[in-house]
Design a protein around this ligand. Sequence first.
Ligand code: COA
Length: 188
Amino acid sequence: MNKQTTVTIKNGPDLFVLERLVPTFSLDVFDCSIAEYNEYLTQEAQRAQNELISVSWLLHERRSGSLAAYMSLINDAIKLNATEKELHHLDYPFRTIPAMKIAKLAVSKTHREQYKSIGTYMIYLATGIAEDTNEIHSACRFITVDADIEHDPNVTAFYTKNGFIPNGEMNNRRSKTISMRKDIMILR
Ligand SMILES: CC(C)(COP(=O)(O)OP(=O)(O)OC[C@H]1O[C@@H](n2cnc3c(N)ncnc32)[C@H](O)[C@@H]1OP(=O)(O)O)[C@@H](O)C(=O)NCCC(=O)NCCS
């Protein structure tokens, strides 16, 4: 087996380029091993983008032009309880805090074999998009995700390693997802 290359903030831009979804991209070859995520990209993402439901970002390998990963981003807001607000030093009289949600995230199976940390790099890139939004247009304090434990019961470990914590207010035991947040004011 070939040695995996670890993707870092430093080598990421040399290895990959992040591009907003456009209709001319070839999507059919993408396989992250979960049919729902493959089908979302090939059948739903462009329509959702046209209808202002989500914006999808594709990570292409520079060398081959192949599609390594994608994520779909949407605006969000989360409700925090008093303890959670205190944790983030949010001294405001309201509970609803602005956020940006990673509505979909998937890394191709073949690229996962070649590279380590593409998913982590995507979180870093999503954080950069949230920071740009904050600087230019509107505020979002958190990056959120509904971690899909139906397809992968261990996936919360990936988000925890990337600085996400569960949202106490927004989870119930029967859900197929776990709502999580990452405070983008905490330095990366
Ligand atoms: C989940 C996913 C995005 C992670 O991407 P990745 O490139 O494999 O993850 P990384 O290499 O950046 O992993 C970072 C760390 O999280 C861990 N991790 C990654 N995926 C994990 C998983 N599914 N379960 C438990 N731990 C996981 C890694 O082992 C690594 O730990 P380490 O730093 O201690 O070595 C990718 O596996 C994927 O696309 N899965 C299928 C689609 C999916 O489940 N998307 C998420 C929906 S909420």
